[in-house]
Design a protein. Structure first.
Ligand SMILES: [Zn+2]
Length: 242
């Protein structure tokens, strides 16, 4: 058996069993790549931002040698490793596709104005196909989806709690800064268009009240959006979150 000395940095340690935390010895036969190594202990390749093999930056297809030392670092866009990393994936335009368990997160991403696809009956293969062809960041708690080598953009959601999920995404993609409330329909994910008080009032008479302002509508489902108390509440919620 060959031996590889592996070290994990930062939040990668939260994704593995205790015996793999910080550093461990990985035994292998021939023809093992770094992707095989990291995924066999449960971490999808999408979570890695830099790999050093005997202190040299290397890519995913690099085969490992006996007695080599390898370090895996998490992916962070707030810290630029693009010039040295061979596995770094440039941040694409912020548009997402959520897996079937992340309906609530998808809703909040739309509230924040992000293009986010979600269906409660998506199959894993469908998510991978759409994510790849439309260059969408796949958001999922399912590590199997992200281990698929076709997946280029993805983020493993660690928490089950919505607030923490939003914070995870903010840490990784800076969504708090890039948000644009009242720009996308929560129901259909389509972009909203501005409309007048007069037109909005035709649908809901109470919107005539001067208390309401800023009217938008979705040309797909006809839903009216406006700046009322729920808008201010949501703004406060998001301001306190990030
Ligand atoms: Zn709509």
């Amino acid at each position: 058996m060959n031996r590889l000395y592996v070290r994990l940095y930062g939040n990668l340690n939260q994704l593995v069993e205790q015996k793999y935390q910080t550093s461990f010895v990985y035994t292998f036969l021939l023809d093992t790549t770094l992707k095989d190594v990291i995924e066999s202990i449960g971490i999808p390749h999408t979570e890695i931002g830099l790999i050093l093999l005997d202190n040299k930056s290397v890519g995913w297809k690099t085969k490992v040698r006996d007695k080599a030392r390898v370090s895996f670092f998490p992916l962070f866009y707030s810290f630029d490793v693009s010039k040295i990393s061979k596995v770094y994936v440039k941040l694409p335009k912020l548009k997402f596709i959520c897996d079937v368990h992340l309906g609530k997160l998808a809703k909040y991403l739309r509230i924040m104005g992000f293009d986010c696809l979600y269906e409660n009956n998506y199959k894993d293969e469908e998510i991978i196909k759409i994510g790849t062809s439309e260059r969408r960041i796949i958001l999922t708690m399912d590590r199997g989806i992200l281990k698929n080598s076709k997946v280029k953009y993805g983020a493993l959601i660690r928490s089950k709690n919505l607030r923490d999920q939003l914070r995870e995404l903010d840490e990784r993609f800076n969504i708090g800064k890039n948000k644009k409330l009242l720009s996308r329909c929560i129901l259909c994910n389509k972009k909203l268009k501005p409309t007048t008080r007069k037109k909005a009032t035709k649908k809901f008479a109470y919107l005539n009240d001067k208390f309401y302002s800023g009217f938008f509508y979705c040309s797909h489902c006809d839903k009216i959006y406006y700046k009322g108390s729920h808008y201010k509440k949501m703004l406060d919620y998001l301001e306190n979150l990030f």
